[in-house]
Design a protein around this ligand. Sequence first.
Ligand SMILES: *Cc1c(COP(=O)(O)O)cnc(C)c1O
Length: 479
Amino acid sequence: MIKFHITRNNLTVEGTEVKKYCLRNIVKMDIFEHINRLREDDRKYIWHPFTQMKEWVEEPPVIITEAKDCFIKDIKGTWYLDGVSSLWVNIHGHGRREINDAIKAQLDKVSHTTLLGLANVPSIELAKRLVDITPEGLSRVFYSDNGSTSVEVALKMAFQYWKHKGVKSRNTFIALNNAYHGDTLGAVSAGGVDIFHETFGPLLFRTFRAPSPYCYRCELKREPDSCKTACLEVMEEILKRHSDEIAGVILEPLVQAAGGMICAPGGYLKGVRDLCSRYDVLLILDEVATGFGRTGKMFACEHEDVVPDIICLSKGLTGGYLPLAATICTDEIHEAFLGEFREMKTFFHGHSYTGNQLGCVAGLACLDIFENDRTVEKLQPGIALFNKWLKEVEKLDHVGDARAWGMMGGVELVKDKDIKEEYPWEEKMGWQVVYKAREKGVFLRPLGNIIVIMPPLVISEENFNLMLEIISNAIQEIT
Ligand SMILES: *Cc1c(COP(=O)(O)O)cnc(C)c1O
């Protein structure tokens, strides 16, 4: 028997507001029966990503039914602030009319046709816009459908480029420790997060490893103020000895995101660019997480006036509405693939949904909003507020480091601050804090002991302040 209570405007079921259900539905079907059935079916039929399913089935899943602005609503009617932008993809908020309208209008024309042997309008228009807004020199767009594939494309493109140049020996890459480039095997080969990647070791190709620019836990045991980016010296050593084996250097500019929101010191990226030029290897920037305003500029590489040879874009490309990715390269690279049919210089890569029209119109609408709302410019007060808060939260007893570039940041929890002792992984300290924040209305997802903070860029100062306050309180209550 359900206990519901109807006021003039809304319906409350056992204390929880349930706007979605009208009385007619309630009479037909017990709302709790409905929710429970969905919960059971989720546990029965779905394998959730990056999730220990044995634990997952022990808790009732939060089932999302609706979202608006920076908030997501579950089936019981509880609203949460979407503190990680639905896994880092959402830019302008949920339910933006401009993006919704663009997708709806495209639906009535055509949803998808292939780019293999055919062209289509939205993919052409979006490619032109992307070439316009990415750094000068990047001029050719290759579409795929997610961040991992954008990286696969970049790796294969760089590899084949050297073959076409007549260089046979450049068969691997330099990648960084703590790097994350996605979950397909090529991307995992370039990855450097042991807990995600170690298992697959036997399946991966070999890469050279450069140190992660992780000043708080420097692999080279240097102090940030006096080190003069010693990690670049290590990369240079590798290049000195092996540049004839290396097709390119791949890295996430400014922030190694999934590796723990590791923020590189200023000058590091520029240093890598200089090394790549000096030793004549390609620079691939994976801006899947950092692109589209996240770091306070449209692309992270703009902070240091760096132009990569290849850039990978996905997550924010459609504002977080549809899966789409773009790998953009220079003329120099593209031209190396030109030749007679019989020369076999074709780039043999493509996906069923390459250049999908719905994704591309969402991308165009997303870029329109950037222009019309001056999104990047308007971020600056939020970034200032965030930085101020990071300094404050760093004073807490169990916060070792609090860092960010723009609107993407992390708070690293430590057991003992003086010796930077980590909480044992099994204690799930990050998760405990995140669950506490969820009780208070903020949805987050940690990376180990690091609390990730990455709200949609449109978040109001008021909501951002509230969110940060809730996070500080959750940290204090748990640690
Ligand atoms: C998320 C991410 C990827 C992978 O993107 P998917 O769409 O999840 O495949 C690649 N690189 C970086 C830097 C990312 O953050």
